[in-house]
Ligand binder design. Sequence first.
Ligand code: GLN
Length: 463
Amino acid sequence: MNPSFPSLMQTQCTWSCHHEMLGALRSKSSSLFASSRHLLRQFAAGSGSRRPPSFAAMSTAATEKEASPNQKESAGKPLQVAKRLEKFKTTIFTQMSMLAIKHGAINLGQGFPNFDGPEFVKEAAIQAIRDGKNQYARGYGIPDLNSAIAARFKKDSGLVVDPETEVTVTSGCTEAIAATILGLINPGDEVILFAPFYDSYEATLSMAGADIKCITLRPPDFAVPINELRSAISKKTRAILMNTPHNPTGKMFTREELNEIASLCIENDVLVFSDEVYDKLAFEMDHISMASLPGMYDRTVTLNSLGKTFSLTGWKIGWAIAPPHLTWGVRQAHSFLTFATNTPGQWAAAAALRAPDSYYVELRRDYATKKQILVEGLKEAGFKVFPSSGTYFVVVDHTPFGLENDIAFCEFLIKEVGVVAIPTSVFYLNPEEGKNIVRFTFCKDEGTLRSAVERMKAKLKRT
Ligand code: GLN
């Protein structure tokens, strides 16, 4: 990553297509927040057939072409997409990382470390390739990795699971989520999400034909409004899809909250799909797996991955742990989504998961330092910073700087300050609820974090 930021002049010269994208978002967003989130998403993508005339008038062929991920046509033919994916556009993470590169801004947006994973894990992958471990793996995981996952889960949660019948290796947690949803949810089933939610949840539920019910977690503590959850559960509710530690807020569900959710699930025969990919980045309290609560293992799919814990987000090794009767559905979907996950990566993942406890202690210590640099810096720059207990994210209230919403703020931040953050309104069914909040990540080296903080302290002015 190149942390240098071009002069304002250069920035403006290369800004056109993305300015158009974010400009459309900004100019439309206040009314959009009040109306349709789907329109907001179209504008967030910078394109789409229903964009307003003013936007069309601003476009040029060149900028349309430049904005290729969201173009409307290819070689003169309209782009096609099935209805179930029509409303989703290029993910906000991809958009913001493209902008970071284009404008030489420091990328505290998409959550990927700008440092490498551990040597011993990379060596294990290289060795596996050299040893000829290069053909299809067993569909649900090489035995060595299934065992390492079961052993790790026992250490972390106290639960003893059978690696052969209760662990499924997938191509990243995103595939584990998809296999779980597609393998266990029928069209018309209701699934409850907590907003703000990770973007793939909604898209994958849409692919499965699920009805989404949303419970909003509100700042400052993003606590679970248990009465709202109780009222949202109906006879049609099949599952709750949750995430702890929580992206984007950094909230960790407390034992009390988990107990309350658990008793509602048991009472109403509801499943829990629990995305716990940030479990090793728990700073303020211990991580609690939903599956470890009394009566919950039998109705829970625990989803996790290698990427965050070992700073190897591009390897895409994930897994789902569930009792055999739920694993059946997960595996049926997995078999026809990817069939198997890359073989040398699995051998290396098994080596990674056998890392001594000191690896995890060090990881947390390193991240605690990074977190402090960012959080203190954001406070000094004038943000209202909401407490983050886990993950490598922190959310802030940007309103002290007087911009009308999260999109406008992120545009300003890229263009005038040279830092990328993630607008959170795209993580809500009702974007209005996220309009004051933006997310920063601290999975970057300390120098990068300090430079970002310096830019913000120098250029952001409270109004
Ligand atoms: N999980 C990462 C984040 O929240 C993004 C992954 C992706 O780009 N799909 O930033």
